[in-house]
Design a protein around this ligand. Structure first.
Ligand SMILES: [Fe+2]
Length: 310
């Protein structure tokens, strides 16, 4: 990126596209039975297709250079939900301009992620990589993904794993952490602005114990030693901004609410963030624009705009 050029990145998360009625009864003889009950009693009112459609239109109008989605594209990892999510991705833009990582809901039951992720392959693989149907089971080896755009390294980490009925925990795993370490070193040496995309917040206190990242401390140690410039996450379904310490100073860790949340609770109402990243002589400048859903106009508008201080 040339000095004074700006790269604009849109961050949204957790659309939770549901499509239970397009699926057979046998698909629900597992954790999905409880997932369906919860969706019917609570989540169906919360996650509105109209809200998500408005957000997608707003992002298209804003024309960011790149878009990232930090997981839970589907609600129960159903095949029909994966197909709906693919259509949403195509509406957002070509795979070269949209990067995704999976969330725990995309891996709702054993096999859901492994068997369906190939459908989203173009949107999640590293630059220059491809996967075919025959390689669908090798999901773990796809991450961390690395895509470089205009001096910005987009590093996708997966924490998605099936877990028991009343848990929504995530785990990165030692193999992926080792690969992450190498990517952070290499991209740091190249002077890239390193953005780590991760579904589960890697800082304690953002979500409850039953929704935690089980190896958060190992992730924090790697970030502390090898650094990153920004961490973006989903999962919490509310806006949050915390920090992680590194040897070079603290870095921001920022989450957004669900992109389909009509949100009676204003803290959980749908929002996405626009990051305006500029390379300066003394480092990078990060400006954030928060675009939030207005229930009166049923459109997205700027709620807040600020410069992220060092
Ligand atoms: Fe979620």
């Amino acid at each position: 990126m040339n000095p004074n050029d700006t790269f604009t990145l849109a961050h949204l998360s957790d659309p939770h596209l549901a499509y239970p009625h397009a699926s057979g009864f046998s698909e629900f003889l597992n954790k999905r039975f409880f997932g369906y009950l919860k969706w019917h009693l609570k989540r169906r009112a919360e996650h509105q297709d109209d809200v998500l459609a408005q957000m997608i239109q707003d992002i298209r109008d804003t024309r960011p250079d790149h878009i990232v989605i930090t997981g839970d594209l589907t609600h129960m990892g159903l095949p029909a939900e994966y197909t709906r999510a693919k259509k949403m991705l195509e509406r957002l833009g070509p795979a070269s301009r949209v990067t995704i990582i999976p969330g725990n809901h995309d891996a709702y039951v054993a096999g859901a992620l492994d068997s369906r992720l190939v459908e989203w392959a173009d949107y999640l693989v590293s630059d220059g990589a491809t996967i075919s149907d025959g390689e669908a089971a090798a999901v773990d080896t796809l991450f961390p993904s690395l895509r470089v755009r205009a001096g910005v390294a987009l590093i996708g980490v997966t924490t998605a794993q099936p877990c028991s009925t009343f848990l929504a925990v995530g785990c990165i795993g030692n193999d992926q952490l080792q690969r992450l370490e190498k990517i952070l070193i290499d991209s740091g040496q190249k002077g890239l602005f390193r953005i780590v995309l991760i579904h589960h917040p890697p800082k304690s206190g953002v979500v409850s114990w039953r929704k935690r990242l089980t190896d958060a401390e190992a992730f924090q140690r790697i970030i502390h030693t090898f650094g990153a410039e920004l961490i973006l996450h989903g999962h919490s379904h509310h806006q949050s901004q915390t920090y992680l310490e590194t040897v070079g100073g603290r870095i921001p860790v920022i989450g957004v609410p669900s992109s389909s949340a009509a949100g009676e609770n204003i803290k959980r109402r749908a929002r996405y963030h626009l990051y305006h990243l500029s390379s300066r002589a003394d480092g990078w400048e990060i400006r954030i624009c928060v675009r939030g859903y207005d229930t009166k106009t049923q459109r997205f508008d700027t709620e807040n705009e600020y410069r992220l201080a060092d």
